[in-house]
Design a protein around this ligand. Sequence first.
Ligand SMILES: Cc1cc2nc3c(=O)[nH]c(=O)nc-3n(C[C@H](O)[C@H](O)[C@H](O)COP(=O)(O)OP(=O)(O)OC[C@H]3O[C@@H](n4cnc5c(N)ncnc54)[C@H](O)[C@@H]3O)c2cc1C
Length: 561
Amino acid sequence: MIGNIREYEFETDVLIVGGGLAGNNAALGALEKNVKVIVADKGTLERCGATAGGVDHFMAYLNTGPWDTREAYLSYVAKIARGAVDLKVQDAVFCKELEAALERMEKIGCTLKQSDGKYLRTQSLGQPGPYFINFNGKNLKPALAKEARRLGVFALERCMMTDLLYDGERVIGAVGFNIRTGDFYIVKAKATILATGCTTRLFHNPTGLPFNTWQCPQNTGAAQVMAYKVGAKLANMEYMRITVVPKGFSAAGLNALMGMGGRLINAYGEEFMAKYHPMGNKAPRSMLVYAVMKEIQMGNGPIYIDCTHLSEADLNHLKRTLGYDKDTLPDFLEQKGVDLSKEPLEVMYSEGMQAGPSEVCGSGIMIDERTSSSIEGLFACGDCTDQMRCVHLCTTGGYLSGKVAAEYAKNYSHPIRVDKKEIQRLKEAIYRPLWVTGNLDHKTVENVIRRVMWEYAGPVRNEKSLNLAIDKLQSLKEEAQALKAKDFHELMRVHETNQLIDIGTIMCHASLERKETRFGIFHFRSDYPETKEEFEGEIVIFQKDGKVVKEFKKLSYDKIP
Ligand SMILES: Cc1cc2nc3c(=O)[nH]c(=O)nc-3n(C[C@H](O)[C@H](O)[C@H](O)COP(=O)(O)OP(=O)(O)OC[C@H]3O[C@@H](n4cnc5c(N)ncnc54)[C@H](O)[C@@H]3O)c2cc1C
């Protein structure tokens, strides 16, 4: 039966898996070095990834005042992401690339400026000053894709990559399949960049709709799993990230609402944030989420974001721009009959994700100052790495990753030897769910994964619950062997389900090692409720000879690089 599957082989200098914000910027960085670039994505370049529908803020320092310098920015980074962020990497992947990135945004036709030619800057989420440049990012993704196509990218669209090709010394490409036609793809590459974002659909979703996620629902940790399988080091994997969303609708928008001056109130109309953090409503996200959960637990819910006190101009701006992130958010408010100028908006904590604990660092493949992973030939950028996330870092760091990978490819002098037997093994494993007998579907298994993760490895965890979660995920892994795919779309879903099981397991192992609580409920260990200085660093996790290995990477905050 597998003989009926069409097979295509490609060869390139740089392969980028994931054509979202980071992957697309990586493509520009590499293409500008005049190398051959293939980008593979489950969607189309114009509208795939977290920024598909638009975004509304870009974090930056612009040297307008003492809080607005590189040093001040890095001090802020050290404060809000202490223990998870590496300042040297941050300097390399963001500060050194920022100016060029701002110029590039203008060049590709996605300006960060308002119609009056000025930046509109807002402050929220723990910032010492208004670091967020508010902008209309609806056109960002199509503009990036247009530029990548102009420079000659070869896009493998509607394509899920499942495994890296590894010759025992270095990564030499990847394999995957077309989710519409089922065609099998072998891509041989001198350099490979992974950029498939964070992991969504992993935790129980309070809206009851697992695909209604805060971040991109197509991202199920492919990069992290692929890298882990070939022995690459992962870091920050223990963190679960949550946000505050409108009740019943998981959507980005918190920065816009709080940045414009929104305040959190409880059922009694009391503003409560000052009880939880000295910055009150401008506190870091982890504290906003923690406070909302706590107030609900104490019986002070429902919780609301109140914007009724805002000036008419600010409210108008908000109403006009709230859909920049997600078109459907204004529709949702309209259908609910909520007018922000007249009444507060009921909010709730969102589903959890495996993602970095702050706006300035991620969770996943451990990268160095050049975005290299611990495996030769393998680079990574964006939300799937331990040191990037959000628009500002995916733009700057993504571009850097493309440049570095292109240079690596230009200096590459080894033959790319692909083992035919290994290809056949991978191919059989990819298509196996199509031939499985039985009716076990991915939705059933995914629902169990989400329950297990939320209840045993969610906002509250301890040693016993984490070990229980690992056991349950192990059983699910065995059951997942019987998962049936009726078509190629379902085949993608089955592989995503398997990735979720793997990510959940890695996350629990990493969490067991972090015997402390850090970033509020982003890593809350009920058996270790204190934050400890000895844990100011990353839990590094990888696989060696089939065994899970854990290391600790101490991070220093003594001086700004
Ligand atoms: C609605 C929304 C609004 C946001 N607004 C802002 C904002 O205003 N400012 C800000 O700083 N941040 C914002 N964010 C966060 C920010 O957009 C993300 O951090 C960033 O886009 C992540 O980029 P990425 O390239 O790492 O991942 P993504 O852009 O999500 O790209 C990952 C890509 O990988 C692909 N993929 C996944 N698995 C595979 C596979 N196996 N094979 C092939 N392809 C695969 C996916 O299809 C996807 O296109 C927002 C996020 C959302 C969802």
